[in-house]
Design a binder for this molecule. Structure first.
Ligand SMILES: C[S@@+](CC[C@H](N)C(=O)[O-])C[C@H]1O[C@@H](n2cnc3c(N)ncnc32)[C@H](O)[C@@H]1O
Length: 399
């Protein structure tokens, strides 16, 4: 971001401290969006990106800057967004790094002419990809296997729009997504083969059919076992997930009743069940709720209850000691902050994967008399601008 005479220029691909020539791509009264024409003075932290698709694919927009600098930038941006959107000054938070490459346990790819690739960000330009440097080795191997299958089965390949790859504990899953009812060919070296007949714009959705395996992966995080079904959300970076769980544990303390909003397959509920007498999770995805209940059972946890419900539709007003929220990127729906306030919790833990919607929601919490007491970031998404934040929010004065 650069400023001149009160006007803001957002320059795609430039780093703080650099001097660049730009071309304005979109001009508004107080804000212009620009692209770099020439870098006159580059940041000392710039490096040559390791991936040959850098810029073409657009997924890892920060791969040309040192990892340590990425971490610093993420905490700087966090502080900046809190100042500009939430209107509070906070100290630069600690950021926990994870593996810089090969960390993703899930990868969504598009299919074109029997080949697998990504669409360049915000475009329909297909880029064939041999190997994604963010994906784990098992995922890249799985991708090669499936591409060979697609090449051998052209007719089948022509019906597939997207392929999702997932892996956990050495087991793999491939999900073929099509607007038609499809039957995949036999794939020897894959543990689970699933198809989704999908008519929506969301990639991982639609009617599921299991063609091989159980359609479920298994992972153990901090000695809690989780089943992950094909369509369910699970943190895409397993070591980051462990870090996240540990921070949430540290912030939560203990109490009588815990409410876990946007609970997915029960990730936080089950990590924390021993610290509470009762745990209630709310989630809008039917398969996730079903598996959250099963996950409680396989861990011998009997004090948890999972409900299929949109958080904004929850009517109950019983008191909860602690409320955890971990919404999608869009943040909390309108009215959710007031709903949480009505439960009079001692603590709220807000886990977020989007700094801007997080800062917007914090502003709402502050209107209701809450303050942010502690924040930590976990770098769940190295090489990209995304970061996960965990905040402890309480009533009263900031300490
Ligand atoms: C970021 S994920 C977090 C899941 C879980 N806390 C975890 O760590 O695995 C957000 C979850 O919210 C669910 N979700 C999205 N909108 C929702 C809503 N309005 N009400 C309840 N759950 C919702 C999604 O299905 C997804 O499982």
């Amino acid at each position: 971001m650069a400023r001149e005479n009160g006007k803001i220029y957002l320059i795609k691909g430039a780093y703080p401290g650099e001097i660049v020539d730009v071309e304005v791509e979109k001009n508004k009264k107080d804000l212009s969006f620009c692209r770099i024409k020439r870098v006159n003075k580059a940041s000392a932290s710039r490096v040559i990106p390791l991936c040959k698709y850098f810029e073409k694919c657009g997924g890892c927009e920060w791969m040309n800057i040192k990892y340590e600098e990425q971490l610093k930038l993420k905490s700087d941006i966090f502080v900046d967004q809190m100042r500009h959107v939430a209107k509070i000054d906070i100290n630069r938070p600690e950021i926990v790094p994870t593996k810089a490459y090969g960390y993703r346990n899930k990868m969504e790819m598009a299919v074109k002419n029997e080949e697998l690739g990504f669409f360049k960000k915000s475009t329909h330009n297909f880029i064939k990809i041999e190997k994604c440097m963010l994906a784990s080795d098992p995922l890249n191997m799985l991708k090669s296997t499936v591409e060979k299958v697609l090449k051998r089965h052209e007719k089948f390949a022509s019906t597939v729009e997207h392929v999702v790859f997932r892996e956990a504990s050495g087991k793999t899953m491939v999900i073929f997504i099509s607007s038609e009812k499809i039957t995949p060919p036999r794939i020897e070296s894959v543990d689970n083969v699933v198809t989704l007949e999908n008519h929506s714009h969301v990639v991982v959705a639609g009617r599921q059919r299991i063609h091989k395996g159980s359609g479920i992966l298994h992972i153990n995080v901090n000695n809690v076992k989780y089943e992950i079904p094909a369509k369910a959300f699970f943190q895409v970076n397993y070591s980051g997930a462990r870090e996240l769980a540990n921070i949430v544990k540290e912030y939560v303390g203990s109490g009588e009743k815990l409410l876990d909003l946007y609970c997915g397959v029960g990730f936080f509920s089950l990590q924390l069940s021993k610290m509470f007498e009762k745990v209630v999770g709310l989630e809008s995805s039917p398969s996730s709720v079903q598996i959250a209940r099963k996950n409680a059972k396989i861990n011998g946890i009997s004090n948890s209850q999972f409900m299929l419900l949109k958080v904004q539709d929850w009517k109950q007003k019983a008191h909860f000691d602690v409320v955890i929220v971990d919404p999608p990127r869009s943040g909390l729906e309108r009215g959710v902050v007031e709903k949480i306030h009505a439960l009079a919790p001692r603590k709220i833990i807000y886990v977020s994967c989007d700094i801007t919607t997080f800062a917007r929601d914090i502003k709402e919490f502050m209107k209701n008399g809450y303050v942010v007491e502690k924040v930590k970031l976990v770098d769940m998404f190295p090489q990209t601008h995304h970061v996960e934040s965990v905040a402890l929010i309480k009533k009263g004065e900031c300490t």
